[in-house]
Design a protein around this ligand. Structure first.
Ligand SMILES: Cc1cc2nc3c(=O)[nH]c(=O)nc-3n(C[C@H](O)[C@H](O)[C@H](O)COP(=O)(O)OP(=O)(O)OC[C@H]3O[C@@H](n4cnc5c(N)ncnc54)[C@H](O)[C@@H]3O)c2cc1C
Length: 451
């Protein structure tokens, strides 16, 4: 369903059938987080109003169906930018809250929800509540995968920028230890940091990377020719991937050649390069339908995080990937800082994200093995990118699942909100001895201050 207003959302929630209901944004979650087979799915993209823009203090109140693309198009010319953006601008504010998304600045600025001042939640029980950081409903909804209610609108704090350019430093790192050492030593000096990592290189070159770090360029840093329209929003994509691609296009030899070229093409070291917003933040958005490049079987995205101190587990994961030859030309390494909601993905540590073609033989065993390495190291896999995790490892990866589920149970005593992800992983399975019906009313819910 595509409700046109809040009343229609309310009707859809109260009329949910036995398979329940789930809000959905722009469907950029890679797996089944925004799907609810046999039940209702509420496409929230018709709710896209801007209610208040405070250009003096950098604050905006928008409907949850507004995309980051729309936010940037409106706010950038006014000198403001979202404080956290993911690798695509085609996500909604509701989806960004429900996944508590991170960007290349997580080591300094945390997740999206750390810059959410408040949001309005339509609870599964039909109550509209204003939720602020510190409330239980906030901690459960930030990263709560749409299972605690529908975010209707949100107030976000913004970042002041002078231009739509990024000043970037690039460094080539010869292996995994080198890139980790450079990031650990230097990331604090940069707002944004990300390393592209060659997951096919083995031996002495295991984990060789191209490290890209930068910050928003100031007006003074632009050459005179670029100062006329310094705050132009990024253009919309013009290129389209072909409607089909040969299934063997991304086989190991092609990806190996691509990775070699990418690594060699990057400067060994470059300083103060000016890069437009689009290629720096959203390189994949330049090609519409890029995912088709993987052929008819598609691909899997896998994102893990392991805490600092568990570098051996990261090394083990990269070794297993390189050894398996699971061809990935899109693999990135980032460092996470602290702070999060109960089910938010980031923990302080190293995160590695990669795409692998779904056709590879042995992929299931490889990824199951990685799950165990990650869980054993106190890390986790990102639910917004997942489509194949086993339910038995989720508890170890997300130790706050029972606390989250208790709050969720209070918000959704009748179990109306469901998704394919929640069923597959048993996320909303009842917490023993804590029946939702017996809990206090939601309006009274106020929890401890989030960490
Ligand atoms: C190319 C690409 C790059 C990406 N890069 C990153 C990255 O760097 N960092 C990162 O963190 N993520 C990244 N992602 C993942 C993406 O940011 C998240 O999956 C995000 O949640 C997608 O938002 P969406 O609007 O498309 O939501 P959907 O995919 O439609 O839904 C995602 C979840 O949000 C819930 N939801 C949606 N709207 C609402 C609402 N109004 N109220 C309550 N719940 C709601 C859904 O139920 C679902 O559980 C990337 C994805 C792609 C395709």
């Amino acid at each position: 369903m595509r409700p046109e207003g809040v009343e229609a959302v309310e009707r859809a929630v109260s009329g949910a059938g036995p398979r329940g209901v789930l809000p959905r944004g722009l469907g950029r979650a890679y797996g089944d987080a925004a799907q609810n087979a046999g039940g209702a799915v509420l496409d929230m993209t018709a709710l896209r109003g801007f209610h208040d823009v405070d250009v003096h203090h950098g604050r905006v109140t928008v409907d949850a169906g507004v995309s980051l693309d729309e936010l940037i198009a409106v706010l950038l010319p006014l000198g403001w930018f979202p404080r956290v953006v993911p690798g695509t601008r085609y996500v909604t504010v509701g989806g960004a809250i429900a996944s508590d998304i991170h960007g290349k600045n997580h080591h300094g600025e945390g997740t999206f929800c750390e810059h959410v001042e408040s949001f309005e939640l339509l609870t599964p029980a039909g109550e509209r509540m204003l939720v602020a950081p510190g409330d239980d409903a906030f901690r459960a909804t930030a990263g709560g995968m749409g299972l605690t209610g529908v975010v209707l609108r949100a107030t976000l704090r913004l970042m002041r920028v002078e231009t739509s350019w990024v000043r970037e430093d690039v460094d080539r790192a010869r292996d995994l230890d080198d890139v980790m050492a450079r990031m650990a030593a230097g990331d604090a000096g940069y707002r944004y940091s990300v390393a592209w990592i060659d997951c096919l290189a083995r031996g002495a070159s295991l984990g060789r990377s191209v490290l890209m770090r930068g910050d928003h360029a100031t007006l003074d840093e632009l050459p005179p020719g670029r100062r006329e329209r310094p705050l132009a929003p990024p253009p919309q994509p013009r290129l389209s991937a072909p409607p089909w691609a040969p299934n063997g296009l991304l086989r190991r030899s092609t990806v190996r050649a691509f990775n070699e070229l990418y690594f060699r093409h990057a400067p060994a070291s470059a300083r103060d390069r000016l890069v437009a917003l689009q290629p720096f933040f959203f390189p994949l958005d330049a090609v519409r339908g890029w995912n088709r490049m993987y052929g008819s079987r598609g691909f899997l995205q896998y994102q893990l995080v392991v805490p600092f101190g568990a570098e051996d587990a990261l090394r083990d994961a990269v070794e297993r990937l390189a050894g398996s030859g699971a061809a990935s030309f899109l693999a990135v390494l980032k460092r996470f800082g602290g702070g999060r909601g109960l089910l938010s993905f980031p923990v302080e540590g190293w995160t590695l994200a990669l795409d692998v073609p779904a056709s590879g033989s042995g992929l299931v065993g490889l990824l199951d093995g990685l799950d165990e390495v990650v869980a054993g190291a106190g890390g986790r896999v990102y639910l917004s990118k997942d489509s194949r995790l086993r339910p038995d490892v989720v508890g170890a990866m997300y130790p706050e699942l029972p606390a989250w589920n208790e709050i969720r149970g209070r918000l959704d005593p009748d179990g109306r909100f469901n998704s394919d992800l929640s069923r597959r992983l048993g996320l909303t399975a009842p917490v023993r001895g804590r029946g939702g019906h017996d809990q206090p009313r939601i309006a009274g819910l106020r929890g401890p201050t989030p960490r």
